[in-house]
Design a protein around this ligand. Structure first.
Ligand code: NIG
Ligand code: FE
Length: 403
């Protein structure tokens, strides 16, 4: 991409406004000026300052420009798949039944431990390519299918190679994703090991790779106290907390996220009203994963409306993983947010762009205002609302990018 470029012949532009809560701006017949990989100016074509009219032009052929989607919760790297387990669930077994028999996450752990770094990088690259082709330009990725030091280390090595190859990622360390077989019945001991030995060692081996830490606080897995231990020790290492919270039952995960000043609390199908108020007060971004609710065949979608009313900046994510959401489809999430979480189109769009970027502490993605990274999507639609309205349609954006 040249140093300077002017995007012309756009039908419209839609972007959340980072300076105001839940405000989405649309503009007809806009131009976008790009300089040195950043957005230098957006506005009506008729208002274009003369300095930008000399820029090399890119004809956008009457399409709409939006920021790229930001996915703030994925388990990108894992070996194998769990299609057999999926079928068992269709025959009546529950997610919890399968986990209790040693399947579920542990099944994926067995396959992931066998994968080499090179294999993990290949798997990751093909998944990221698929995400990108559908408009996801930045992805949060967790470890957590190694559950032993060397396997978790290989996952971090693979993530670090993917970043070197130019993928735009944020990495989260999550050995507390489940209790590995080696520690069955000894969750306290495992958590002590993760907090006191593994997290420090992983950060020492990969000093600049991960920015976040995470834990699955859930009945039968890890308690709030375990959460506090892992996340506080992560914070001392410079990792910002995220939490898998209140997914199957209310465990007080949202309240804990607020207490610890976590960047996000994720899932939250069974979040309490107090949890919502606490998150709003503490600036925790509730991150909702409606494709997981769908994939698990559950009826209780997260209470997005109540969270918005409580003053939370809600975000949406895929939760891409082999057990509870084998799905790379940002438009499905947008559609579920509108139709099941009862968010407006503008809210759902903001929750897939600006708010996830903010939960990852990035201010130059998720919007198209001046200074934003000049990587954006062009959609061949009369209005972006069509992306939700024509429900089964597999719209594919064109990507304008400095890469
Ligand atoms: O976010 N809840 C824990 N982790 C994943 C599920 C992982 C799996 O089933 O492999 C989730 O839903
Ligand atoms: Fe998850």
């Amino acid at each position: 991409m040249n140093k300077y470029k002017l995007l012309t012949n756009l039908r419209g532009l839609m972007t959340p406004d980072p300076s105001q809560l839940w405000k989405v701006d649309t503009l007809d017949d806009p131009n976008i000026a790009i300089s040195e990989g950043r957005i230098a100016w957006i506005g009506r074509r008729s208002d274009l300052p003369s300095e930008y009219s000399k820029y090399e032009q890119l004809d956008c052929m009457g399409r709409w420009a939006t920021p790229g989607f930001v996915d703030p919760h994925t388990h990108l790297l894992f070996g194998g798949d769990r299609s057999q387990e999926f079928n068992r669930r269709l025959h009546g077994a529950t997610y919890a039944d399968i986990a209790a028999e040693g399947g579920g996450i542990r099944e994926t752990v067995r396959a992931t431990r066998l994968a080499t770094v090179a294999e993990l990088v290949d798997i990751g690259e093909s998944r990221l390519q698929k995400m990108r082709s559908k408009g996801i330009l930045h992805v949060e990725c967790k470890t957590g299918y190694g559950l032993e030091l060397e396997s978790e280390s290989r996952l971090l090595q693979a993530y670090s190679e993917l970043i070197e190859r130019g993928w735009s990622l944020d990495i989260t360390i999550m050995p507390a994703h489940d209790i590995p077989v080696e520690y069955a019945g000894r969750a306290d001991e495992y958590i002590r090991m993760v907090s006191e030995e593994w997290q420090p060692e992983l950060v020492r081996r990969f000093p600049k790779v991960a920015s976040f830490c995470d834990i699955f606080v859930e009945a039968g897995v890890f308690t709030s106290d375990h959460g506090r231990q892992v996340l506080e020790s992560g914070r001392k290492l410079g990792l910002k907390p995220r939490i898998h919270a209140d997914e199957f039952v209310h465990t007080g995960g949202a309240e804990l996220a607020a207490e610890l000043g976590a960047a996000s609390a994720d899932h939250l199908m069974f979040c309490s009203e107090k949890g919502m108020a606490d998150m709003a007060r503490a600036g925790v971004v509730p991150t909702l994963l409606p494709a997981t609710t769908l994939f698990l065949g559950m009826k209780d979608f997260a209470p997005a409306r109540a969270m918005i009313d409580a003053g939370c900046k809600v975000a949406l994510a895929s939760d891409f993983n082999p057990g509870s959401c084998a799905c790379i489809d940002p438009l499905l999430i947008l559609r579920l947010a509108c139709l099941q979480l009862r968010m407006t189109f503008e809210e759902a769009f903001t929750a897939m762009t600006l708010h996830p970027a903010q939960s990852l502490h990035r201010n130059d993605i998720g919007h198209l205002f001046q200074g934003a990274k000049a990587e954006l999507l062009l959609w061949d639609v009369k209005h972006p609302l069509e992306l939700v309205y024509w429900m089964g349609e597999a719209y594919m954006p064109e990507i304008v990018s400095p890469r």
